[in-house]
Design a binder for this molecule. Structure first.
Ligand SMILES: NC(=O)c1ccc[n+]([C@@H]2O[C@H](COP(=O)([O-])OP(=O)(O)OC[C@H]3O[C@@H](n4cnc5c(N)ncnc54)[C@H](OP(=O)(O)O)[C@@H]3O)[C@@H](O)[C@H]2O)c1
Length: 306
């Protein structure tokens, strides 16, 4: 059954203060009536609601009476999650359970964001049907959220994202901004791992993908990443090139042992995904990762110039 989003459709977005929330809010707010919440109030358009507090999140959602719920809320720092396991289960696993139950009560579709990080890296590339085997606490809790959604929520979309790129210098908590901060601080040599493989995922395109797929009525689990794959080293090289700094900054390959005290959470060797279902159903709006990075880099070029 198709579901058309119009300027009278009400969309509730939980955990909307982060890097993906930035893109999802911008797109959905231009097409529909949005209520956006988070525990980290980074914008004046956000209201407070904690997905792990059933009564609080239920009241926040029910008061709005949405036609669609999108849950972006999660703790996303893998090392923080290893060190704060109970909080991770509450936010990343109980939170999705709470929102799933509320979506059923209101009989509305739910979007849950899962991660490529739920695989164990024993195979090269993973399609939508390959079996996950999460390694870190972050991934275990995220996978619990996914499984609960799949088995208990009546109308759901699970989108699995890869290495997220988005939010710009202010909101990006991940790889691109970590590289950028080193460049901005004056580093002339960057050490980057070449033994971690994955698929970058541009938040702007990912938001468009959600917008497109939720109107299809084709519920289920979808890998949704940029096309093509790479190592962290490939991404850093390309980013430095796009910033026009190839001649000034050297990118040196290291293996993960180099960062083992800083990044101690277990990570799969390969978390490359393919969008098999989106491609087959003609629903894949994701660009190639280099094209996406080219667009995303413009924000950093601008910031560097200031
Ligand atoms: N970033 C990635 O590379 C990546 C990859 C695959 C999937 N994902 C998934 O994509 C979704 C969006 O993540 P993101 O990349 O936008 O990360 P993000 O920038 O960390 O945004 C997540 C937001 O959720 C908030 N939050 C955490 N716990 C919450 C709670 N109990 N109730 C309400 N809000 C809460 C966070 O607040 P704080 O800032 O206070 O933590 C943050 O503002 C998450 O489900 C994440 O697991 C992310």
């Amino acid at each position: 059954m198709n579901f058309n989003i119009s300027n009278t459709t009400k969309v509730y977005i939980a955990g909307c203060g982060g890097m993906l929330g930035d893109a999802v809010y911008e797109l959905f707010n231009s097409k529909a009536i949005v209520k956006a919440t988070d525990i980290n109030l980074t914008e004046e358009w956000l209201e407070y609601a904690d997905v792990s507090n059933y009564n609080e999140i239920r009241k926040s959602i029910v008061d709005f009476n949405p036609d669609l719920i999108i849950n972006l809320a999660a703790l996303t720092d893998l090392e923080y999650c290893e060190k704060n396991q109970e909080q991770t289960w509450l936010y990343n696993a109980l939170g999705p359970e709470n929102i799933g139950l509320i979506a059923n009560q209101l009989d509305v579709p739910l979007v849950y964001i899962s991660t490529a990080g739920i695989v164990d890296g024993q195979q090269d590339v993973y399609n939508d049907f390959d079996k996950p085997n999460p390694l870190s606490i972050y991934a275990k809790a995220k996978y619990h959220g996914e499984l609960f959604t799949q088995s208990h929520v009546n109308k759901y979309y699970v989108f699995r994202a890869g290495w997220m790129m988005g939010g710009g210098p202010l909101k990006d908590k991940k790889f691109i901004n970590k590289i950028y901060k080193q460049i901005k601080s004056g580093k002339k040599e960057l050490f980057v791992v070449d033994d971690k493989l994955g698929t970058p995922t541009y938040t702007k395109s990912f938001a468009s993908g959600i917008f497109h797929v939720v109107q299809s009525g084709l519920y289920g689990v979808y890998n949704q990443v940029c096309n093509g794959d790479c190592s962290r080293y490939d991404v850093a090289k390309e980013f430095v090139k796009l910033l026009g700094l190839e001649g000034d900054i050297r990118v040196s390959k290291v293996d993960s042992d180099h960062f083992k005290s800083e990044y101690f959470a277990p990570r799969p060797f390969s978390e490359k995904l393919t969008n098999l279902k989106l491609n087959t159903r003609g629903l894949n709006v994701m660009p190639d990762w280099k094209e996406a990075l080219e667009d995303y880099s413009k924000q950093f070029v601008k910031d560097l110039a200031n």
